[in-house]
Write a protein that binds this ligand. Structure first.
Ligand code: CU
Length: 278
């Protein structure tokens, strides 16, 4: 019984370590190579869980051992010998967690720096504007400026809403810099399969740098509660060939939808009665 249980755990662990199955990727969406960043993000996630599991197993084993080895035996009365202020033990349980935090910090920092490394002079810059409750995409591809103005989805319970969502097109294997902006309140740009999410804050520009590596359709959504229809602030992502991307751009109007469409009711010049008092 014990042996079969052990064998099945070992089999599970082995199968989890091989190939691109869901368990080996910690049940993350997408695949290891969806973008240029997903492999290292996946490794950080999975290895952190393995480290946590090892710590957990050691802790549970020590607890069980204490409970069983030092249980109250028949005929025993009173308290066992009481021990206080064991300095070596206290140093140990201060140092060990510090080391664990240090290791997690080190690897997190490494991956974060690598993922956030900006592209020098990218061919494709997409200025994404979050707005209650849709998305504008301003494309700048090799100097050509085109824009897409998104309309809010209507989740009315009918099928086929997905086809009506704003769609972000990306050419495969082309490094892209996203400039993330908000027109009104704080939103968050999230493509779950890309394993990256970043806030869009009015008045500042955040960036994401990645290279899509696999053709396909992905879901995108706003990940920051931004008002009544936050749940309808959805978009599609289509990763297509360079040719398809160029063809798509030709269908869009020229230019960019910039700050002039932002809603900033509290800006000085927009507040009634504040004209001329500065
Ligand atoms: Cu939002």
């Amino acid at each position: 019984m014990k042996v079969t249980a052990l064998a099945s755990v070992a089999a599970l662990a082995l199968s989890a370590c091989s190939g691109d199955n869901p368990a080996s990727r910690g049940w993350l969406p997408g695949s290891r190579d969806t973008t240029s960043n997903t492999a290292e993000l996946t490794d950080l996630w999975v290895n952190s869980w393995i480290a946590a599991l090892i710590v957990g197993l050691i802790t549970w084993a020590l607890m069980l051992w204490c409970m069983i080895a030092y249980r109250r035996r028949k005929g025993e009365t009173g308290y066992p010998r009481q021990i206080a202020y064991n300095v070596p033990l206290e140093i140990m349980y201060t140092i060990v967690p510090l080391v664990m935090v240090g290791v997690l910090f080190f690897y997190t920092n490494e991956v974060q720096r690598s993922v956030d490394e900006p592209y020098e002079d990218p061919n494709l810059v997409i200025d994404v504007r979050g707005k209650q409750w849709a998305w504008d995409f301003n494309y700048n591809y090799e100097g050509e400026e085109r824009y897409f103005a998104g309309v809010q989805a209507e989740l009315d319970g009918e099928e086929g809403v997905r086809e009506t969502l704003p769609t972000l097109y990306l050419p495969v294997d082309e490094p892209v810099t996203f400039e993330l902006n908000a027109r009104d309140v704080i939103h968050s740009f999230w493509i779950p399969a890309f394993l990256q999410k970043r806030d869009m804050v009015p008045g500042r520009t955040n960036e994401i740098h990645l290279t899509p590596q696999e053709l396909g359709s992905f879901d995108g959504k706003c990940a920051e509660l931004c008002g009544e229809y936050h749940s309808e602030m959805l978009f599609n992502v289509e990763v297509v060939t360079d040719e398809e991307f160029r063809d798509y751009l030709q269908t869009l109007p020229e230019g960019q939808l910039g700050d002039e469409y932002d809603r900033n009711p509290n800006l000085h010049e927009n507040v009634a009665g504040t004209e001329g008092d500065d």
